[in-house]
Ligand binder design. Structure first.
Ligand code: ADP
Ligand code: MG
Ligand code: MG
Length: 206
């Protein structure tokens, strides 16, 4: 289970991993985009980390809603509204809860996926963040019943495999789609950043 304090420390760790991978994510966005994905997310998660101390008394839903709104207003680009929507939809799934468990997390991720699909008019196979999110969700739903750590590990492994598969995809959404067939062979930045965020949960969720 994760209470508000646990969720806040997970979000702090997410900021750390995004700052550490800022250049890497930006480099992935170079050949198929505009070289800003790491910069965008680093700005957004820095802003999130500055909001966290003020959220200690709130329920988990309120924390996640604040994260989503902060990302929308600071990240920019395509990923800002999409990650913002993901966190805001996840927030609705755990509205008012002081503590969340694995089932809640799967409901959050499911709501996040639906939100990204709707907002991005996108689906799997289009070389986007969904190509890591959807396999992760499916793998965790399949692994349900196993210990939490094992379920999260299965989700992370599926997300990582999904990131690899983006190299075999032609982008049909976002900036990379402007390249058409030339997007082939490139790893999607958004799928990669999602996998980094999930790795924090897999590593730190007790
Ligand atoms: P921008 O492309 O506006 O510069 P970013 O570089 O921050 O924004 O984010 C790019 C990432 O956003 C892509 O790698 C992809 O994963 C994701 N993305 C872009 N468009 C969509 C979409 N319609 N649906 C889902 N994800 C998308
Ligand atoms: Mg970009
Ligand atoms: Mg941009």
């Amino acid at each position: 289970m994760a209470n508000t304090a646990d969720v806040i420390s997970l979000l702090e760790e997410m900021n750390v991993i995004i700052q550490e991978n800022k250049d890497y994510l930006t480099q992935l966005d170079m050949p198929i985009g505009d070289s800003d994905h790491g910069i965008n997310l680093a700005r957004g998660f820095q802003a999130v980390s500055e909001k966290l101390p003020g959220l200690a008394e709130k329920d988990v839903g309120t924390v996640l809603k604040t994260v989503g709104m902060t990302l929308v207003s600071t990240v920019g680009g395509a990923s800002g509204p999409l990650y913002g929507t993901a966190f805001m939809k996840a927030a609705v799934a755990v509205n008012g809860k002081q503590e969340v468990g694995l089932d809640d997390f799967l409901a959050m991720l499911s709501a996040a996926v639906a939100g990204v699909k709707l907002r991005g008019k996108s689906t799997t196979g289009e070389q986007t963040m969904l190509d890591a999110m959807v396999p992760a969700l499916e793998a965790m739903e399949e692994a349900k019943g196993a210990p939490t750590g094992a379920v999260l590990a299965a989700g992370l492994a599926a997300a990582q495999a999904g990131v690899e598969r983006t190299k075999d995809m032609v982008a049909t959404k976002g900036r990379a789609s402007y390249l058409g067939e030339r997007s082939l062979g490139h790893q999607d930045p958004g799928a990669t950043s999602f996998t980094l965020l999930l790795s924090v949960i897999a590593k730190h969720w007790a």
